[in-house]
Design a protein around this ligand. Structure first.
Ligand code: SF4
Length: 453
């Protein structure tokens, strides 16, 4: 039933080369933009009734599915695509290079000191490099306190800050901003900044992408409808956070790996970025969340790191049969194994696992299914928080948003069974906390509703 249903949207279909009703191309919005502000081509626009234009592939990266990968059950082609994704990393010798060679961002002070010394410079120059990066250096010219001859030498061998090009900023009426970033190889990813107030403190949460595309094919996800291009390097993940911090002129307090991609398929680069964000940018590990639909053996590897990050598991179904329809990769990683690994993560780290559950009318929102979910969580002694996310219907999706009563009834059953839970119905991250859902939620926002800032 679920096969082939995706959360298409006007924004995503243009950006990633898939067409849908009423799509609006970024190129057209760029041409139509009447206001241009900020750095690196940042454009803030309001768009009304734009005609559907032709795509400009010189800017817009498409991520087609590999030949042979189709909707439906998980098969050998999918397994191959996932294996390739796990091998697409920088950290192993001989693997395909991802990211910008010579990028300075996401390197530690120690690594930058070593780089300086290797170039015959005093070690403190490494600290100066680090300071410049923290101040938002976009090119080597921005390190004006460094010797010009050294900068030229670094430029000659391709060293650069490693910042991406900010293609566009779109701001929703609630202040949430989406950033579209063009990478060095013209791939495009997005990050979302979500400002909020909590107990009198202003927070800024950034939802980051970890891959260009995603090979997991979740049926409710626009990213999953396309293919997989490559993993993001650590500096490309960090760049998303830096961009949000600069654009909001506000310190980032929380980072969630809930954008494009399955973070646990890109674990080495995700871990490197987490370490840098924690140690260099000062974001507490407990304020970072890694979301997953489940990758065999990856949760155990994450647990071995003994990090204080939050693991958010996207369940969406209380039983294997239904979950496999919604998340085809569950065929290769059955629900019972996922739950057991989640339990082991809790035991190894002492960090409670949270669970994301997108409620879809008539699919997974009955009280019987709520009972089954409670039973499942209790069986594994994982009575930790459940985020219930009512589905937000979009064009070309056969899923339906659950009624308010159905969501409340589901919530009540969990509460009565002693499972802490909340219904996320508002904005930004809270409106779409499941892996990939955040991106889709913002993508579905009609461009005509976006404000000029
Ligand atoms: S929901 Fe997450 S894991 Fe699934 S296809 Fe989308 S981005 Fe990939």
């Amino acid at each position: 039933m679920m096969s082939g249903l995706g959360q298409h949207s006007s924004f995503s279909t243009c950006l990633f080369g898939r067409q849908s009703r009423g799509s609006v191309c970024l190129q057209a919005t760029k041409r139509a933009a009447s206001q241009t502000t900020g750095r690196r081509g940042s454009t803030h626009v309001a768009v009304k009734d734009q005609p559907k234009p032709a795509q400009d592939l010189s800017v817009v990266s498409t991520v087609p599915r590999p030949r042979g990968v189709t909707d439906g059950p998980w098969d050998a082609q999918d397994v191959k695509a996932v294996e390739e994704a796990q091998q697409s990393e920088t950290s192993r010798p001989g693997r395909r290079q991802v990211g910008q060679p010579g990028a300075l961002l996401a390197q530690t002070i120690q690594e930058l000191r070593k780089l300086a010394e290797q170039d015959g410079q005093p070690a403190y120059r490494g600290k100066q490099l680090h300071d410049g990066l923290m101040k938002g250096a976009q090119s080597l010219d921005d390190f004006s306190n460094l010797p010009k001859a050294w900068r030229e030498k670094m430029a000659e061998r391709g060293v650069s800050p490693g910042r991406s090009h900010l293609l566009k900023t779109v701001t929703a009426l609630d202040g949430t901003r989406k950033f579209l970033l063009r990478l060095h190889d013209d791939r495009v990813v997005e990050a979302v900044g979500i400002p909020s107030e909590e107990q009198g403190k202003s927070r800024l949460t950034v939802c980051v992408s970890s891959q260009v595309g995603c090979p997991m094919r979740c049926t409710f996800c626009a990213t999953g409808k396309g293919g997989f291009a490559r993993n993001l390097a650590a500096h490309e993940i960090v760049d998303q956070v830096m961009t949000a911090q600069e654009q909001f002129s506000h310190r980032v307090s929380n980072v969630v790996f809930m954008g494009m991609g399955e973070p646990l398929l890109n674990l080495p680069n995700v871990l490197k970025s987490v370490a840098w964000l924690n140690q260099d940018l000062g974001i507490g590990a407990r304020h970072m969340t890694i979301s997953t639909v489940g990758v065999p053996n990856a949760i155990a590897k994450l647990a071995q790191q003994q990090l204080q990050v939050t693991l958010a598991v996207s369940l969406h179904a209380p039983d294997q049969a239904l979950r496999q329809q919604l998340v085809p990769s569950a065929k290769a990683y059955p629900l019972q194994a996922l739950m057991e690994d989640s339990r082991q993560f809790f035991r190894a780290t002492g960090r409670r696992v949270t669970f994301e559950y997108t409620l879809m009318a008539g699919v997974n929102d009955s009280t019987v299914q709520a009972e089954a979910l409670a039973k499942l969580l209790r069986q594994y002694d994982l009575c930790s928080h459940v985020n219930l996310i009512p589905w937000n219907p979009v064009d070309e999706s056969d899923f339906q948003r659950p009624s308010r009563n159905a969501a409340r009834a589901f919530h009540s059953v969990l509460q009565q069974r002693g499972i802490p839970c909340s219904i996320r119905i508002t904005r930004g991250l809270e409106a779409a906390a499941a892996c990939g859902q955040l991106r889709n939620d913002h993508q579905k926002t009609p461009m005509s509703q976006l404000a000029v800032v």
